[in-house]
Design a protein around this ligand. Sequence first.
Ligand code: SF4
Length: 376
Amino acid sequence: MTLNDSGLTPIYEKIQAGQRLNLEDGERLFACPNPVLLGQLAHVQRTRLHGLHTTYVLNQQINYTNICVNHCRFCSYHRQKGQDKSFEFSLQDIETKITAQIQEPLTEIHVVGGCHPDLPLSYYEDMLKTMKKLRPEAILKCFTPVEIEHFSRLEDISTGRVLNRLKACGLEMMPGGGAEIFDPPTREKICPQKISGQRWLDIAAQAHELGIKTNCTMLFGHLETRRHRLEHLDQLRRLQDRTKGFLCFIPLPFQTRNNKLQGVTPLSGLEELKTIAVSRLMLDNIPHVKSYWVMLGLKQAQTALYFGADDLDGTVVEEKIGHMAGADSPQVLSRTELERMIIDCGLQPVERNAFFEPVNELRQAAATPDALHREV
Ligand code: SF4
């Protein structure tokens, strides 16, 4: 099938002209019977933005507790306090985990957890200070808007105040989890106790206004429709028009095991790839799209690099949320494995930090400040 046969020529022309695609364009892209053609369109956009560069990060994930008051129906990770397999890390546990990786040249620590019923804000402040003391060179990317709202309710202070206090203790960036799907009726079915989609967007905007960059996500492949996915993408890009605070979009395919939404048929691999490609094409103002190997699996993550994604996330070290939902990817990848995955795709690996800055260039600039001054 050629582009002309597919009926996508007008959309291709819009992409070439740098024009925004509307929701109807998105529906036409989803309906294209040739997913390879769709992948090619997304790859045009990806290479226009990033060439063949494909980024990865040396990072460590810390999931500090799975005790959570929200009981999202799609979630396989959460437990009640005292329930079998529930856990919460003490500050000493976190120190031990960071210290265990201290020889690795990590540039990012990624922290997310459940909404614990009684850990005070001072616990999170001390956690940030501990990590910064042990790993001053690593960027602390911690807590989703869902956690920020939870801290504010427990502490009975505004989310702005929570963000300011955490920032003062070393918070530099926030991950993009908790967005799930913004459509209110679907959200009510999959996570009725979680903050609304609008509240998620408001807190992301607050973070951006305070100079805290964030990522953003979409959980797909549960009860939502393709239209809901497109509307979700549109809401993200409208906020991005305002704040420019999102660095990366992470499409997360729903993991179907061990949760209360059992019975949902897993999406086909092709529908996953189509969703990633459509996301790249719709999100014309968010620089990066991640192929998150933990959720996609290693082979699908490589394929996604030809469907619009330009980042492979990182070494991770220990991930619990996706794996408790049945993700069968490994727990950790080495730098060599990540680079090999990218090179095997004919793409060019580039190590980045949490802000998507190329690490080698930063190191060179730090090693030769005079050269930098001369260029300036
Ligand atoms: S998805 Fe997050 S907020 Fe929802 S139950 Fe699981 S840990 Fe809690």
